[in-house]
Structures are given as C-alpha cells and as structure tokens.
Design a protein around this ligand. Structure first.
Ligand code: RRO
Length: 383
C-alpha cells in the first residue's frame, strides 16, 4: 500500500493505493461521488443539449446507472430557436447555433421531468433566462419537483446579445446564482455552468460560489464560426455558434484545473470533448468530481455508459478502489509517487469508435470531419 501525504498547500490528499499486481476488479471500484448535498453512485452525466431529456438515449444506456441526465436548458416559455442551418462540423468538433429551442418549463415539467421520474432517472435540470427575474421564476416553478440538481446555464453563447451571457461578468453571474439559490429548496444543489470565454474564470467562479452556488459546471461551448468556402458565407444562419467536442477538451481541462486549484473544496463537474474513460480520468485528476458526456453522443449514443465503464476500468488498472481517490490527484507534487498506468497513456483501452454507425453508409468511419487533419498530415509527410 502507498500512503499519500498532503499537498504543498496543506490540502489533505491521503489516499491508499494498491501496489501493481493487487489491482481491484473493475466491478469493485466504488464510483460514488458527491456534488454538494447530492451523492450519486456514478460520476458520468449526459451534457445539457446533447440528450434532450434522455428518452432517446434510453435504448443505448441504463440511465438509472449513470449519474444522471442533464436536460436541455429550459426557459419560462416555448422558443423556436435560431434559423437553420444550426450545426456545422469542425476539425475534431462541432459548432451549434440552436438558440435555446424548447417547449417552455410547464410542458417540460409535465412531459419530460415526469418521464425521468417514472423511469427512476436522476434529473439535473438546466435552466436559462434572459433576465435575473426569469431565473428566479424558473427556480420557483421547479421547487418541489422531482429533480436531483439545478444547473444554472448562464453561459449559452447563442443569445441575442453578449450582455445576456451572465457568466462573462462576475456580478451579473452572482446575481443570477443568488436568485436561483433563493428560489430552490435547500436540499437541492445549485451548480452554475460557466463560459471559457472570459479573461479570469477564477474570479467568476468565486463570485458564483460566494452567491450560493453549491458547485460549478465547467465549461459551456466556446464561441466560434465556420465560413462555407462554396457559398463564401458563414455556414451557420446565426453566423457564430458554440464549439464543442474534442477540439475544446484541453481548454475545458485547463479551466477545471485552474478553478480546482483556486477553490479546492468546491465540487466541479467537468465537460468538454470527453469521448473515452481516459478523457474522463483527465478531468477527474484535474479536480472534477463528476463529468458530462456531450458531443460524442451524436455519433455514439451509448457513450455515457461506455465512458463510465472505461473510467472504472482505468481506475482499477491504476490500483484505485474508489473514484474519490483520483479527484484532484493530478495536482500532487511531482515527487509524490503513485502506481503508474500499466501501459502508456491510452494504450490499455480500446478505441472509442463503434464498429459501425447505424444510418450511415458502409465504410463510414467517424462523425467528425477529419479531412483537415488528414490533409495536414499529408503535407507534413510530403515536406
Ligand atoms: O441552445 C443553444 O444554442 C446552446 C446552449 Br442553451 C448552450 O448552453 N450552449 C450551446 O452551445 N448552445
């Protein structure tokens, strides 16, 4: 057994790991994690906007076994969203400009939240508004309803003006969080979902926590665009959109790392380009207590359950019998030894790609447009 001392900042990091050769069985790894007052048996959630309210994913995942479903951000009233086209492929990612399409909170409660409750799925309800008052009213409507957590989306990049991205301003972000906290039952955690498109994320995160956020979801998509070189116009009708997928994983990971370093006792849910258990492990090591799986769902709808399984295997392979042992472990000093992975990073897990893609022609390989990378590779090889 290897005992871990505390970190230089004095934080306790005492974990007990098994020596190699004593690896626990995968099924023996305790995946329990705690997000404020909520304790869940598994750290993998779906990401808001990528799984509607969960119904479509039920054939591919046991939704009661994962941490929960984070529903598409809901507003007070129904909204059609932005004009089409609303999606564009990018290298290792995707651009969306949905514009908060949804049925409004009353229909959502009757139809979607009821379905999640009936099927025993933990519901994390994402809410979005145009004003602080909207958020307060949404919290009031959801009070007493069967939900595990509220995720306050203050970082949607596809709003009418940037002034509505509350997460870009510390005092605006704090005012929204305070309104939601006031309107939400005390036993229900309130997490604020933040944007990476700021100069000082830690100051925004701190303001949210001071205003009563139980934790933080890091990160929403980052603002981007694509120009169609055939039409020579922006590919999205809304011109700009939110970039997601593996393209933003290092950005998301950096955000989790910085905020965990500054606020080590605040639970973080990490999200951004997670496709495999090892991707998820990176976020846990950076300080996330849980993760969300989003864009990968569009080409592998069984990804949430698969990522959970792969993460459990990766922890077992590293001699850990509890997920909590790994949270923030990447922050330990370099001389604090732990058993290393049995193989070089990534080698012990099979690639995430499913063998075939239903609905795509035979031979179709990936939902991502990698032609830019292939071309870059050819140019490098030719040089
Ligand atoms: O609906 C959207 O366009 C959207 C939302 Br609410 C969000 O939070 N993030 C995003 O990339 N798109």
């Amino acid at each position: 057994m290897t005992e871990m001392p505390s970190t230089p900042e004095g934080r306790k990091m005492s974990i007990t790991l098994r020596r190699s050769g004593e690896a626990p069985r995968h099924s023996a790894v305790d995946m329990t994690t705690t997000l404020g007052s909520l304790t869940v048996p598994d750290p993998v959630f779906t990401a808001s906007g990528c799984a509607a309210s969960g119904q479509e994913l039920a054939p591919f995942n046991d939704l009661t076994a994962i941490g929960g479903v984070v529903t598409k951000s809901i507003q007070l009233t129904a909204r059609a969203g932005r004009a089409t086209p609303r999606m564009a492929e990018t290298p290792s990612g995707m651009l969306n400009s949905i514009g908060l399409q949804g049925p409004g909170v009353d229909v959502f409660i009757k139809r979607d939240l009821a379905w999640l409750e009936e099927h025993g799925v933990r519901a994390v309800v994402s809410i979005a508004g145009s004003t602080i008052e909207d958020y307060g009213k949404l919290a009031g409507k959801l009070r007493g309803k069967p939900l595990a957590m509220v995720e306050v989306n203050i970082s949607c990049p596809n709003v009418e003006d940037r002034g509505q991205v509350f997460a870009c301003d510390a005092s605006a972000a704090a005012a929204v969080v305070a309104a939601v906290r006031r309107g939400t039952a005390s036993g229900v955690p309130v997490f604020a979902k933040l944007s990476p498109d700021v100069t000082d994320l830690v100051s925004i995160a701190t303001a949210c926590v001071d205003a009563g956020a139980s934790g933080l979801t890091l990160i929403n998509t980052t603002l981007g665009m694509v120009i169609d070189t055939k039409t020579m116009r922006p590919a999205l009708a809304g011109v700009t959109g939110g970039l997601s997928g593996p393209a933003i994983r290092p950005l998301a990971l950096r955000c989790v790392w910085q905020v965990h370093q500054a606020l080590p006792d605040i639970p973080i849910v990490g999200v951004g380009g997670i496709r495999t258990g090892l991707d998820a492990l990176q976020f846990i090591l950076a300080g996330a207590s849980a993760v969300q799986v989003g864009t990968v769902i569009f080409h592998d709808p069984g990804a949430p359950a698969r990522v959970s399984r792969e993460l459990r295997e990766a922890l077992a392979a590293r001699g850990m019998d509890r997920l909590e042992q790994a949270i923030g472990l990447g922050h330990r000093p370099p001389d604090m030894m732990v058993p290393e992975a049995p193989e070089p990073l990534g080698a012990e897990l099979s690639p995430a790609e499913p063998e075939s893609y239903p609905g795509y022609p035979p031979g179709y390989e990936s939902g991502y447009d990698t032609s830019y990378e292939d071309e870059a590779m050819r140019l490098t090889e030719d040089a």
